[in-house]
Design a protein around this ligand. Structure first.
Ligand code: ATP
Length: 218
């Protein structure tokens, strides 16, 4: 019998914002996830790496999740050499949790590009996919993935608990119109980002962190 479900949520997190935090919390609470690994990317294959040091982005996550049961700041991609392929990250987590359902959480914007991911079909043999609603992005498989995904859609969390991998499910959460891109733009114009970024991050943001975010073109 599969054990509790483990969530896997990766991103540049430059910066980690309240949209990210709510997504992790809503998934944990609505789907009864045992834990959610929050994983900052080192060198993403499809976009430029962040100008903000990985250790800083990890520290932001650690600060933001203080007191939230089950949320884990995970530096596994930062410790790895080379491009940060999600496939390898999930493979490593699968080795760590051989008998539990893994749920890879991706935004609807990322889902639309799934066919460009390294070994995207094999990824489904390691984990389920949870496709999370995001303002402005339709929650549909791309034409290239439709055939493969058609018979693999779960409609309820119970189905995700009943097997360790192989399914995808859409996940509706109250939408927060927040993106790291907009936060960096506001910082460039010397505007406030209060209530978009957790206070604990904002209140400890150094001049260097701010400069790195402003320089970030990822
Ligand atoms: P950028 O604007 O630089 O692309 P981002 O805000 O999308 O940044 P990422 O670190 O790229 O942040 O996001 C990691 C994951 O979080 C992505 O899968 C993305 O879809 C999801 N995500 C980001 N913001 C939100 C949000 N407000 N609501 C739901 N999902 C989100």
């Amino acid at each position: 019998m599969p054990g509790p479900v483990i969530g896997v949520f990766g991103g540049a997190f430059a910066p980690f914002h309240n949209g990210h935090l709510r997504l992790a919390i809503e998934a944990r609470d609505q789907l009864g996830l045992d834990r959610v690994h929050l994983i900052p990317t080192a060198q993403p294959p499809h976009r430029r790496g962040s100008a903000v040091a990985g250790a800083t982005r990890l520290a932001w996550i650690e600060a933001a999740i203080q007191g939230e049961v089950g949320l884990i700041a995970d530096d596994c991609e930062l410790r790895r050499q080379g491009l940060s392929y999600t496939y390898h990250t999930v493979e490593a987590l699968r080795a760590r949790y051989p008998d539990q359902p893994l749920l890879l959480m991706i935004g609807a914007d990322a889902f639309a590009q799934l066919h460009t991911w390294h070994r995207w079909q094999a990824l489904l043999s390691l984990a389920h996919l949870l496709v999370c609603a995001r303002p402005g992005a339709a929650l549909l498989p791309s034409a290239q993935t439709q055939g493969f995904l058609a018979s693999r859609r779960a409609r309820a969390a119970d189905e995700l608990r009943a097997q360790n991998s192989g399914l995808w499910m859409s996940f509706d959460l109250p939408l927060l119109q927040i993106s790291s891109t907009r936060i960096r733009q506001l910082l460039r114009h010397d505007r406030s980002v209060r209530a978009l970024v957790p206070d604990v991050i904002l209140n400890t943001l150094s001049a260097d962190d701010r400069a790195a975010l402003i320089a970030d073109q990822s």
